[in-house]
Write a protein that binds this ligand. Structure first.
Ligand SMILES: Cc1cc2nc3c(=O)[nH]c(=O)nc-3n(C[C@H](O)[C@H](O)[C@H](O)COP(=O)(O)OP(=O)(O)OC[C@H]3O[C@@H](n4cnc5c(N)ncnc54)[C@H](O)[C@@H]3O)c2cc1C
Length: 454
């Protein structure tokens, strides 16, 4: 490939703080809140114009759809996201669980409110592009924005970009699932104009279960057996019919999935139906193709729903997510990488920073936490190798594929994010690196913040 040299340049330091959090999804938002509440100054840096990550930018509204009566959870900031959203009219009861579904638009306001109340310095519309290094220690970040390049300096940095952008550029080792076996990407959408009564009658007359997720075609699913007969808001039949009638080409038997919330106003949101293989979320050309192909498939899916799904005859596209939804990119090679055994067999760790119910969803596995089983989450899975002053929270922590089918979930990202935020704050206050922080003090502060760690 041809190359050019960029001239060296001076960059203004526009802000200095204790903890910089890069990325504001469930992981980053929780990290920023936890650090601020633990008593340090925090800047929350986000490339888009709202906080919330996949919740707001992609439209992923199912925050805790795994929750049943016996489910045991960490509580903490993840639970607060749901409770605050409910209080602010930005959540509705979820159809398959004892949880609330977040409203992707309303959650923008919830996140603003939480950030303001905690006294976090908000820095939207800034994309992280490079680390500022002092030897092997990260001491700040460079962002690009309409203002050009800017530097932000901090004593500790938390990478919550979902893609380990900061860790990767700072020189920490990362790995990616090969493209062919990556979790699919999805273009998400919301509908307007659905007849609620007719739609719900259709669902009740032909209820789908989690077993139906594995109903042939591109879809296979491993459950623990207890999930098989449980209700799932799954839709596939209209798309099979559309293939039979020649409306959708046969190779698009990947169009199927779940609906989210159905509002009295006729909006049917969080339509998780379009799945695209081999989209690499770290490659803009691959993302470009995915966005365009995803929108094309969405319109086929909507036409099939209009023709073959009760209540959808007058439905129309209300909006796409602001960006394509990416599930699977870089993970750090951490001080400890979580394993399939840890998530399947209730892993226990001395350095636990929170617990997570036995909820595994991804790579063809669906296990729901209906029994009270749970795992602990180790602090070391957030510690990258080779770079000091840096923690990685959210979906790019260290772990194998099946471990990620549990830890990628938004409420798990929030638990891990809260742990990262508290640890970064404790490191700043004690003048130590995050790799040497007093874990008893971290666990104590997490308990004070309402997190269950054992
Ligand atoms: C279509 C889809 C459906 C899903 N369904 C569910 C579900 O039902 N339930 C569930 O629990 N999970 C679900 N997931 C998974 C879940 O949404 C993610 O794993 C989770 O949001 C990851 O959280 P995070 O905080 O690590 O990252 P994200 O939510 O991805 O947030 C990362 C943030 O960092 C910002 N960012 C990224 N790079 C930069 C940069 N260089 N500079 C500045 N900012 C940056 C992004 O704009 C974003 O705001 C789904 C995912 C997808 C894609």
């Amino acid at each position: 490939m041809r190359q050019i040299s960029e001239p060296a340049r001076q960059v203004d330091v526009v802000f200095e703080t204790d903890v910089i959090v890069v990325g504001s999804g469930p992981g980053g938002l929780a990290a920023a809140l936890a650090a601020a509440r633990a008593g340090v100054d925090v800047a929350l840096v986000e490339r888009f114009g709202c906080f919330g990550g996949n919740i707001t930018a992609v439209g992923v509204e199912g925050f805790a759809w795994y929750r049943h009566e016996a489910t045991i959870e960490a509580g903490g900031i993840g639970r607060e996201f749901e409770d605050r959203a409910k209080d602010m009219g930005a959540a509705v009861p979820e159809s398959q669980s004892l949880s609330y579904e977040l409203d992707s638009e309303g959650f923008k306001l919830v996140a603003d409110r939480l950030v303001e109340e905690a006294g976090i310095h908000p820095m939207l519309h800034r994309q992280f592009v490079a680390p500022v290094m002092d030897g092997d220690r990260i001491v700040g970040i460079i962002t690009e924005s309409k203002a050009g390049r800017e530097a932000i300096l901090g004593k500790m940095v938390i990478d919550a970009t979902g893609d380990a952008d900061v860790a990767h550029r700072a020189g920490a080792p990362t790995r990616m699932t090969p493209r062919e076996t990556m979790m699919a990407a999805s273009v998400m959408f919301h509908l307007a104009g659905v007849d609620k009564t007719a739609f719900m009658e259709g669902i009740k007359s032909d209820p789908q279960t989690y077993r139906d997720w594995g109903g042939g075609g591109e879809w296979t699913i491993e459950t623990s057996g207890k999930e098989d007969e449980m209700f799932s808001p799954f839709i596939k039949k209209p798309f099979e019919r559309a293939i039979q009638e020649g409306l959708i080409p046969a190779h698009l038997n990947t169009i199927a999935g779940t609906w989210g919330a159905l509002h009295d106003t006729g909006e049917l949101t969080y339509m998780n139906l379009v799945h695209l293989d081999a989209v690499d979320g770290t490659d803009p050309d691959s993302l470009t193709k995915g966005e365009i192909e995803g929108r094309r498939q969405t319109m086929l899916a909507i036409e099939a729903l209009r023709r073959f799904m009760p209540g959808c005859e007058g439905a129309r596209l209300r909006n796409f997510g602001m960006t394509i939804g990416i599930r699977d990119t870089r993970k750090i090679d951490a001080a400890y990488n979580m394993t399939e055994t840890d998530v399947r067999e209730q892993g226990r760790f001395e350095d636990s920073i929170g617990i997570y119910p036995e909820f595994i969803d991804g790579y063809g596995i669906l296990i729901l936490p209906t029994t009270g089983r749970y795992m602990q989450l180790p602090y070391r899975a957030m510690l990258p190798k080779r770079v000091k002053g840096l923690l990685v929270a959210g979906r790019s922590t260290g772990g194998d594929r099946i471990a990620h089918a549990a830890t990628r979930n938004m409420s798990c990202c929030a638990v891990v994010g809260q742990g990262a935020g508290v640890a970064a704050a404790k490191a700043v206050k004690s003048n130590r690196d995050v790799g040497e922080v007093d874990l008893t003090a971290v666990q104590g502060e997490l308990k004070r913040q309402g997190v269950r760690i054992d």
